[in-house]
Design a binder for this molecule. Structure first.
Ligand code: ADP
Length: 155
């Protein structure tokens, strides 16, 4: 059975923190599905198609990585994709508290789905998509926080 992991998130936009987690997960799984959640109550800075295009360009050289979008419960989508692992990144204690509750709720709903956490490398632990969005909105230099695909598109 292939080891398929789903990495759910907003990726608004993808940052070097996300890239770090995904690249370190590549050797652990046969396939990684980067799943961009679409929540009608959330306001995004970048349109879904743009976010997905940046992600596809970033990982174009990794044949085991796919980028898809989804709506609804993450556990339902994981099941529909045959994924038995959820991948999440942990930056700090606040992430841990938040992620713990989500992982435990997900496990109640789908016991066969295991959440796997990777600690972000210290180099990127301070980056969040929301900080990057703030820097972009205020005309600052965001380029050191994002992969090349985002950099090229925005400069
Ligand atoms: P969400 O809307 O689920 O918070 P994000 O795109 O912000 O979506 O984050 C998706 C995942 O990426 C989460 O597990 C989050 O902890 C992780 N993540 C975000 N930024 C970083 C970072 N700088 N380093 C490591 N992991 C990160």
């Amino acid at each position: 059975m292939p080891r398929i992991a789903l990495f759910p998130g907003s990726f608004d936009p993808i940052t070097l923190g996300h890239v770090n987690i995904v690249e370190r997960a590549v050797p652990l799984f046969d396939e990684i599905i980067l799943a961009v959640g679409e929540n009608s109550e959330k306001h995004y800075l970048f349109p879904l198609a743009q976010r997905m295009q940046w992600m596809r360009e970033t990982f174009a050289h990794h044949p085991s990585i796919r980028v898809v979008s989804y709506t609804g419960l993450t556990v339902d989508f994981a099941r529909s994709q045959g994924a038995h692992f959820l991948l999440r990144g942990l930056r700090n204690p606040a992430d841990f508290e938040f992620e713990k509750a989500i992982a435990q709720a997900n496990r109640e709903m789908e016991p066969s789905l295991e959440t796997v956490f990777l600690l972000t490398s210290a180099r990127w632990a301070f980056i969040s998509s929301s900080i990057v969005r703030d820097v972009i909105k205020n005309g600052g230099d965001y380029t050191r926080f994002v992969p090349e695909s985002v950099r090229v598109a925005r400069t």
